[in-house]
Design a binder for this molecule. Sequence first.
Ligand code: SAM
Length: 212
Amino acid sequence: MTEKRDISPPHDPRIRFFDRLAADWDDSEQDPLDTVHRIGGVAELLGFRSGEAVLEVGCGTGQLTGWLAEHVTPGRVTAVDFAPGMLAKARAKGIDADFRVADACRDELGRACFDAALCFHSFPHFRDKPAATRNLAQAVKPGGRLMVVHFNSIAAINAFHDHVGGEVSGDHLPDLQGWDVLLTAAGLRRVEWIDREGLFFLKAVLARTDAT
Ligand SMILES: C[S@@+](CC[C@H](N)C(=O)[O-])C[C@H]1O[C@@H](n2cnc3c(N)ncnc32)[C@H](O)[C@@H]1O
């Protein structure tokens, strides 16, 4: 008898939720010019450098992807999302990045091949946060960094998702203690934490092994 493999698509209702929003995302849900303007204000915190390999998880319609690609060129950005409609919009922009449909909680994102992984406005939606954090940690190189960014505080983000309701009700960012549990279990160490009105920023680094 042949062994059965799980090749079923993820049954996450958020895929349909975000795909329904894809057509209007850049026009009425979130202004792309504002996104690029505001990310410029935290560029120093992010610290992207020319030549870096960057993984963007939950890239949506690619509002940040072009900015990232410019900042790391001749390095590369790999941008993933599990909602094909969102990703199709991103691909259509002709951004010089590698786009891939992938589920952060289930699909391998890479093995020790990225200098940095970035979750911008996406982490609260990952249905299995321990699995996603482990997956992200596995994708970055030893000494590499995971960064999570929102243009709002934890309290405001969590309240907003509960207000939206439906599929994203309860999609929360963990508190400091919750983050430390997630990060430690994935071999990551928190090195920066900002949670204030208008900004959430987390940076964690993957421990270097003796061999590196
Ligand atoms: C609020 S949107 C933000 C999109 C984009 N980062 C932006 O700011 O315009 C969250 C994105 O995360 C994606 N997402 C949610 N859960 C995911 C998962 N498990 N794996 C990959 N992408 C996911 C959604 O499809 C959606 O595109």
